[in-house]
Design a protein around this ligand. Structure first.
Ligand code: MLT
Length: 269
């Protein structure tokens, strides 16, 4: 909203205020931080009020003692909205683990959700095999630090061509991961391991929903996104080409265009 107003008589000060735009809560994935949304925050502030927290133990947020849970993450997000005085329904956007948190936020605060953006995520819970792998990874993080976790994930995080050619992007993703605290990694692994199955919720999530998924995601198969889109009453799936598990960074042009088009519906009469 462009304004011209005068705090002082005879003087008109022009200013921008995004408080009339739909608030969008951008929840990052594991073991990342809010820098994964840098290219959206920079580009989309004219259509949304973008709020991108670092989950506890990640980025600049405090590393409290694990274990964490998706409920704890969802409550942290709700408390942040309260602190910012945001009482209107918002669009909740979650990337991968952030999507698991978004589903939990919807269960706890359905009245606060005007729309959903689900990025590179899935509705289902962990298999016994995946739960065991989470515990093994937590043991590695405790014994050796976060670096082996980051190095193990990195080749699967990006599309193979991007991993091979986009040196700056690979470094950016690695830096985000190795900045995560051991507490954050161990806590988030427990949160993901113990999260409930959100599949039964999908038909009841009757809000405008955008699902974005990298065509070459090696961590969560595209079929998971297709299944979510089919089960949700108001979902639209956009498959992001030339992108793996991090489409917001790998193909920001296509990603942001889809986001912009989606967010504009919140201004239609
Ligand atoms: C993520 O990207 O947040 C995680 O890889 C998701 C998961 O491990 O289930």
């Amino acid at each position: 909203m462009k304004e011209k107003n005068g705090p002082t008589p005879g003087f008109h000060m022009a200013f921008e205020d995004s408080s009339d735009r739909v608030p969008v809560l951008l929840i990052h994935g594991f073991p990342l931080n809010n820098m994964m949304w840098d290219l959206q925050v920079g580009d989309l502030s004219d259509v949304a009020r973008l709020i991108s927290p670092d989950l506890r133990g990640h980025g600049m947020s405090d590393p409290t003692q694990p274990p964490y849970s998706v409920g704890m993450f969802a409550e942290d997000c709700a408390a942040l909205l309260d602190q910012l005085g945001i009482t209107v329904p918002i669009v909740v956007a979650g990337h991968s683990m952030g999507g698991y948190v978004a589903f939990e936020f919807c269960r706890r605060y359905p009245e606060r959700v005007a729309g959903l953006i689900l990025v590179s995520t899935r509705a289902g819970d962990d298999s016994a095999e995946t739960k065991a792998a989470r515990d093994k990874s937590a043991g590695v993080a405790i014994a050796q630090g976060v670096e082996p976790i980051a190095e193990g994930m990195l080749p699967k995080l990006l599309a193979p061509e991007n991993f091979a050619a986009e040196v700056d992007l690979v470094d950016f993703a690695r830096d985000m991961m190795i900045e995560t605290s051991v507490e954050g990694v161990v806590g988030a692994l427990a949160a993901m391991r113990d999260r409930p199955d959100s599949t039964p919720d999908l038909p009841g999530l009757d809000v405008p929903t955008l699902i974005l998924h990298g065509e070459e995601d090696q961590l969560i198969p595209l079929a998971e996104a297709e299944a979510m889109a089919a089960a949700m009453p108001q979902a639209r799936l956009v498959i992001v080409p030339e992108a793996g598990h991090l489409p917001s960074l790998e193909n920001p042009e296509v990603f942001n265009e889809a986001l912009r088009e989606f967010l504009e519906i919140f201004y239609e009469e």
